[in-house]
Design a protein around this ligand. Sequence first.
Ligand code: TXA
Ligand code: MG
Length: 332
Amino acid sequence: MTKIINCDNLDIAAKCLADGGTVAFPTETVYGLGADAMNELAIDKIYKAKGRPSDNPLIIHIAKKDDVNYLAKTVSRNASLLMDKFWPGPLTIIFPKKETVPFRVTGGLDTVAIRCPSDKVARELISKSGKFIAAPSANLSGSPSPTNANHVISDLDGRIDYIITSSDSEIGLESTVIDLTSDIPTILRPGAITLEMIKEVIPSAVYDISLTEPTDKPKCPGMKYKHYSPKAEVEVVCGNKDNIRKYILSRLETNINAGVLTYKGGDYDNAKCVLSAGNTMSEYASSLFYNLRVFDEYKVSVIYAEFIEEDGIGVAVRNRLYKSAGNKITRV
Ligand code: TXA
Ligand code: MG
């Protein structure tokens, strides 16, 4: 049975982690499903609870920056610069792994992904457990990442030991993942720490080609799976606001069971459900996964998502939205 506790009860959850159990906890990006990263049996519980393919590696979460030295074989100068600037925070760095890090947690890779979250509850929990905590997003594999405890409960109740309830995740999209193990520092997954921010520290950093051009082989193993998908089909409608509106209105004439995700306002009388993605890309980011789940509650069969290309965190929003749409993008 899963026990649902609040953040005043971290001792009991920390003990569960130390004993090889599974605990869902808040972070500033999305809720994570944690287990002792060095305990293979505990790691197996994560894969099983999520229904996650075992070749998809996990991020190891640490409470103190210096703990990186227990997990990474080497820490390059670029890595130190990024850690100084962005940790604790929503940036995951990929290092060469130490022999002691189990392949089970890295999906068989020689590299390990490490993140030091800024969320107070997350840090306290990790620190109290005395372990390094492997944690993917706390959703069933394939569904949108959870940005509040209710999402975790609806996906994982009965499948894990504890769920810690706390406030909604502030950012709402998963961390930026940067690979520092190849010659060119490469962003594998865009997030709230943007390429522009990273370039201020490492000017040579780039996006992985799979983020800018369609390819079947992204380097971040998790990015190849169908992801972030609500039950409804998603169609992203991209362009200028007037054209987007005209297109969606025409689609609504024939589809009576549709939802619309609006950006920067607007209403659609013919839609079954209209939700707002806010007026800025940060608002779009923090509400996206939440909104996708609400559309499912309304049981719409298709979601038309208004989208306007923007830099900064807009790159991460585009990445998650396009994936949730299985790349069904209409440009108008
Ligand atoms: O914000 C986040 O990163 C959240 C919270 C809970 O910290 N965690 C998260 O974990 O999003 P997950 O497992 O849902 O996504 C981790 C991504 C996957 O796409 C995985 O393939 C990639 O990171 N990854 C992990 N280790 C890797 C490695 N050694 N090399 C390349 N990609 C790696
Ligand atoms: Mg995930």
